[in-house]
Write a protein that binds this ligand. Structure first.
Ligand code: COA
Length: 198
């Protein structure tokens, strides 16, 4: 009789610029499962598969969107998007959004969400972005722990943020400075905002 060995899964993250092998199907499956388990990244019900596939293919075509995927033992099980402002939005060019971040329920608790978040932050730095913004339903307790643990600051609450099963849910808004120098410069700029003077 063999001795059972505990398998430690391998996790990895990468920016996806095209779909190879089972990537598209795995991404749809992972997102489908995450939505079914409570979502939290926009969808309330999983869309039909052809709609989902078109959505992910579309994401790769948008220049301002960078799609990051997390893999568990080689298969896509997580995703997150770095979304930069459009090119005409010079005023907010220093910042970007972290959006549509999820991990399939069967892949949670292995550090994939943290890995994807850190990869998104590094990509932002590489693109000369000094602040990440994100917003989240107040019901996404694990994600709130994740982001606050990684240094995101909650700066606002939207009282009518999302409607799920007929119930209005509040939204929490967060930001994070990606480096102390940027924080000092941006904080000083905020302090000298003419709108703030009494
Ligand atoms: C939030 C979510 C992405 C976390 O995924 P995950 O891969 O299990 O997270 P990780 O293993 O990387 O854990 C990172 C941190 O998240 C927090 N966290 C994860 N699961 C948690 C849980 N069940 N309860 C409380 N905190 C939790 C912890 O702070 C953890 O850090 P620690 O391990 O040092 O304690 C996942 O639960 C999910 O997809 N939720 C639904 C979608 C969602 O809320 N997306 C974010 C909004 S866009």
């Amino acid at each position: 009789m063999g001795v059972a060995s505990a398998h430690t899964p391998t996790i990895s993250v990468e920016r996806l610029t095209r779909f190879d092998h089972n990537d598209l199907a795995d991404l749809c499956d992972a997102a489908d499962a995450a939505i079914g388990a409570g979502g939290g990244f926009g969808w309330v019900k999983p869309p039909p598969r052809h709609v989902f596939e078109s959505y992910w293919k579309g994401v790769l075509l948008v220049p301002e969107r960078h799609l990051f995927v997390g893999r568990l033992d080689g298969s896509i099980a997580a995703a997150g998007q770095l979304v930069r402002p459009t090119r005409n939005n010079e005023a907010q060019a220093f910042s970007a959004q972290l959006m549509h971040h999820f991990v399939a329920p069967w892949a949670r608790g292995h550090g994939l969400a943290k890995l994807v978040t850190l990869a998104v932050e590094q990509a932002a730095r590489d693109n000369a972005i000094s602040m990440i913004n994100l917003d989240i339903r107040e019901t996404q307790i694990a994600a709130i722990q994740l982001y606050e643990g990684l240094g995101y600051t909650r700066w606002g609450v939207h009282p009518h943020y999302a409607k799920v099963d007929g119930r209005m849910i509040r939204g929490f808004y967060y930001h994070k400075f990606l480096d102390p120098e940027a924080e000092a410069i941006l904080s000083k700029a905020a302090l000298t905002n003419p709108g703030d003077t009494p």
